[in-house]
Design a binder for this molecule. Structure first.
Ligand code: PMP
Length: 364
């Protein structure tokens, strides 16, 4: 079965080989080197500066979101969330549980809020932090982070971006744009199996953590993980909690492949493949859920044509390709989702097989 859901995704044979070794000790020289290299390479892939701090923590994308919330938000903080779907709703709930007062800037599903709406929310609510989902996997829309970073910087607001369905697939210039936290997980455009929570954090966000009024749960605390990251980067073994050793070996490999290709080329590749997938859906008479200006490059959320419903996903699977159903509450019966990120974007045969499977499923 070809795995074309929007994460987890197919991984390259080279990444699989890097992963498929007897588990090393977390302080063995080979592992220490791979971990140190992976930390350095994250800055390249995130387009971040030397002062920023990468974190590699065993866990999921949801854990990465929780870590960001717990380290920069304190109870009674005012926060703005740019809400574009299911995963924005999730961060709202995390923030609520942390005790923050949340102001949402919402858009009709399939669209994104305007920069003006974001500016008004910041001016009107005077938040300490703004949270944004770069690509919301439930609706297949992409927010443009650049103007949001500029507005946040203008008003001294910390900016946190959920890049779980975007990092290493959609352009993100952490340094040039001045974003404070860009988080992701290993199972999407980074190109690994699930199991790593990844984020790069600006010095401003690290300072916020240092002066946070509330306690941070120990296992989620950047201050707890920081000496471990620094030790590995200095090529010394360290321990706070056992790293996901095989995944880190695979991470060092996939990040170095991205670095060799260079990030502008990686982003262009995803753009080119997304354009060709969108053209293929149009050829089949299918429409996207997202408006054309904000459709993500990492996945397509495709509306079922008249007379067709969620049973189409099973018929596509019968053709040997796994795609995902809809996810956005209230709309999920109306569309399906196809991932096009990471390794499969280098495989014309994967893309052709996917389009052929959808075509045959529609005919059947
Ligand atoms: N944010 C976004 C945008 C996602 O797409 C996902 C996963 N689909 C998550 C967060 C949560 O990641 P995980 O499933 O690894 O917890």
């Amino acid at each position: 079965m070809l795995l074309m859901i929007p994460g987890p995704i197919e991984v390259s044979p080279a990444v699989l080989a890097a992963f498929s070794v007897p588990p090393p000790s977390h302080v063995s020289p080979g592992f220490v080197e791979a971990h140190g290299r992976a930390i350095e390479l994250m800055r390249d892939v995130w387009c971040a500066d030397a002062a920023s701090q990468p974190f590699i923590i065993p866990g999921s994308g949801t854990l990465a979101m929780e870590i960001a919330v717990q380290n920069v938000v304190t109870s009674d903080d005012r926060v703005v969330v740019v809400n574009t779907g299911y995963f924005s709703d999730r961060i709202v709930e995390m923030l609520r549980r942390r005790g923050a007062t949340v102001f949402e800037v919402k858009a009709v599903p399939g669209t994104v809020p305007s920069s003006d709406a974001v500016r008004q929310a910041i001016v009107g609510h005077n938040p300490a932090t703004i949270f944004v989902t770069h690509v919301d996997t439930s609706t297949g829309v992409r927010v443009d982070p650049e103007p949001i970073c500029a507005i946040a910087a203008e008003y001294g607001v910390l900016s946190v971006f959920d890049g779980v369905c975007a990092t290493a697939g959609e352009r993100f210039e952490m340094q040039a744009w001045g974003a404070d936290v860009y988080l992701t997980a290993s199972q999407k455009a980074i190109g690994l199996p699930p199991g790593l929570a990844l984020m790069v954090v600006s010095p401003t966000a690290m300072t916020r953590r240092r002066h946070l009024r509330d306690e941070v749960p120990m296992a989620l605390d950047w201050e707890q993980w920081l000496p471990v990251m620094q030790a590995y980067e200095d090529r010394r073994g360290a321990y706070f909690s056992t790293p996901a050793t095989n995944l880190v070996l695979a991470l060092a490999h996939s990040l170095s492949e991205l670095q060799v290709e260079t990030m502008p080329r990686v982003f262009e590749r995803h753009q080119r493949v997304a354009d060709s997938m969108r053209a293929a859906w149009a050829d089949l008479g299918l429409e996207l859920l997202g408006e054309s200006g904000c459709a993500a490059n990492t996945l397509s959320a495709v509306r079922y044509p008249d007379g067709v419903g969620p049973e189409l996903v099973g018929r596509i699977a019968e053709q040997g390709v796994a795609v995902a159903g809809g996810l956005y509450p209230g709309l999920k019966q109306q569309y399906f989702r196809v991932g096009h990120m990471g390794y499969s974007t280098t495989r014309a045969d994967h893309l052709d097989q996917t389009i052929r499977a959808v075509k045959l499923a529609l005919q059947g």
